[in-house]
Design a protein around this ligand. Structure first.
Ligand code: PMV
Length: 302
């Protein structure tokens, strides 16, 4: 029997990097998907994806697998299972849209053939096999779908119909591990200054939560643009991102980088009144862009 699970991509509306240090973040699952199909077998793990096909013996050290297939081997080892695994993804990799988290969530969901806390724990362990320093925010968003707030006390879903975003790709993949390490160095150079920025971001998250509750796109967008200033201050923006953000901010409710930064992509908050203009302005600034809506379902097992 083949079990298939599908998980959405995510965008961080506010709070990336600071969330690693316990400041909250607001995330949104978006309608781009990764599916993982699993067929049980008595021993060994075979993984095929856009990165090729790998065969492992059961219990092989995940460190010897490529970073793309390592989380699946980690999941199979954690469960002591053999499996034939096929990954199909339409999420652009390495740009901050959670392609790795969606794969871990769909992989864990398909292997367990269920949804819920056990899936989240298994998926997060799988993600940490690639980079131990993740906050868990991405995993929570891809699992739950919709809009969530993630903080020191875990994830909370918003009662909200969702937001519409223009995603603008800079054309350069980024490394989450490298940018998180660079931010840590920045923090260690001046703990007081970094703490002060964390406090301001915390205030911003609280205000953005109220804006979302009131479905006030003007206010939410302004908070996202303000968040971009703090991300620039900690050194995770770059000239390409700055150019695309400036173009997007002229036509949308607000724009910022999303995810780790230093490459990756920019998101702009839009609705029907300004989406087409914003797509045009970020493309004029050199980005490849598309519009996405919120995914309200999260992990689906079929
Ligand atoms: O770029 P991504 O999708 O890997 O997002 C990383 C978000 C960070 O806040 C930088 C790290 C984390 O685990 O929260």
């Amino acid at each position: 029997m083949i079990t298939k699970a599908t998980a959405p991509a995510k965008a961080i509306l506010l709070g990336e990097h600071f969330v690693v240090y316990g400041t909250g973040a607001i995330l949104c699952a978006v309608q781009k998907y990764t599916s993982v199909s699993v067929e049980a077998r008595s021993t060994g793990v075979r993984v095929s994806s856009r990165y090729g096909c790998d065969e492992f013996a059961s219990g092989d050290d995940p460190k010897n697998a490529s970073r793309h297939h390592r989380p699946i081997l980690q999941i199979a080892n954690d469960l002591g299972r053999g499996a034939d695994v096929t990954i199909d993804s339409e999420i652009p990799p390495g740009v901050g849209l959670g392609s790795s988290s969606a794969c871990c969530v769909a992989g864990a969901g398909a292997m367990l053939n269920q949804n819920g806390q056990d899936v989240e724990d298994l998926a997060l362990r799988a993600e940490k096999s690639v980079f131990d320093g993740v906050s868990g925010a991405d995993t929570a968003a891809c699992l739950r779908g919709g809009l969530i707030e993630f903080g020191a006390r875990g994830a909370r879903s918003f009662e909200h119909a969702g937001v519409s975003l223009v995603v603008a790709l800079t054309g350069r993949e980024h490394s989450t591990a490298e940018t998180v390490a660079a931010v840590r160095q920045n923090k260690e150079r001046d703990e007081d200054a970094f703490g002060a920025v964390c406090e301001q971001v915390g205030g911003l998250i609280g205000d953005a939560r109220s804006a979302l509750d009131a479905s006030d796109l003007v206010s939410l967008g302004a908070h996202m643009s303000q968040n971009q200033k703090f991300l620039t201050d900690i050194g995770v923006s770059d000239p390409t991102i700055d150019r695309i953000v400036a173009a997007a901010q002229r036509t949308s409710y607000g724009a910022k980088l999303t995810g780790a930064g230093a490459g990756g992509c920019v998101i702009a908050l839009v609705d029907d009144s300004n989406a087409a203009k914003t797509l045009g302005s970020v493309e004029d600034a050199g980005a490849t862009a598309f519009r996405v809506e919120t995914d309200c379902d999260g992990l689906r097992i079929s």
